[in-house]
Design a protein around this ligand. Structure first.
Ligand SMILES: [Zn+2]
Length: 136
């Protein structure tokens, strides 16, 4: 059985330099410059202006990050969530659930939170799922 979705948090980058985003990502993920650049600087990110700030969040953590101040290199209030397993970017998404600030890959696609099938927390190595959907 596949695991229900966790969430990635993206926000709109402001300005033209992604240097701050790379430095911030290095610190957050304790990763090398090369890895941080891989996260932040794929060609598609430069083109569409979105930066992935956090990944594989549970719903509870996602709400904390959505309500917390964003780093200076992104536009205030621009944070949105994506299904972690969708391997896509906000600008490629055709649907959206406004109630939960989740971008959906397909237009009219179903929102995991509205469906009651999502990862509640991924904190501390424990993954706790919410599953109320009748699909299971
Ligand atoms: Zn929803």
């Amino acid at each position: 059985m596949e695991s229900p979705p966790s969430f990635d948090l993206w926000a709109r980058h402001r300005g033209t330099s992604l240097t701050d985003a790379v430095k911030w990502t290095m610190k957050l993920r304790s990763c090398s410059l090369a890895d941080a650049m891989r996260y932040v600087l794929p060609v598609r990110n430069r083109e569409h202006g979105w930066v992935q700030l956090y990944f594989d969040l549970g719903w509870l953590e996602a709400q904390e990050f959505l309500s917390a101040p964003l780093p200076d290199f992104v536009e205030p209030g621009s944070a949105v969530l994506l299904d972690h397993d969708s391997y896509t970017t906000p600008e490629r998404c055709r649907g959206r659930c406004d109630a939960h600030r989740i971008y959906l890959y397909r237009e009219g696609g179903s929102c995991p939170v509205c469906d009651g099938d999502y990862m509640l927390t991924t904190r501390g190595g424990f993954r706790t799922a919410v599953r109320t959907s009748r699909r299971y």
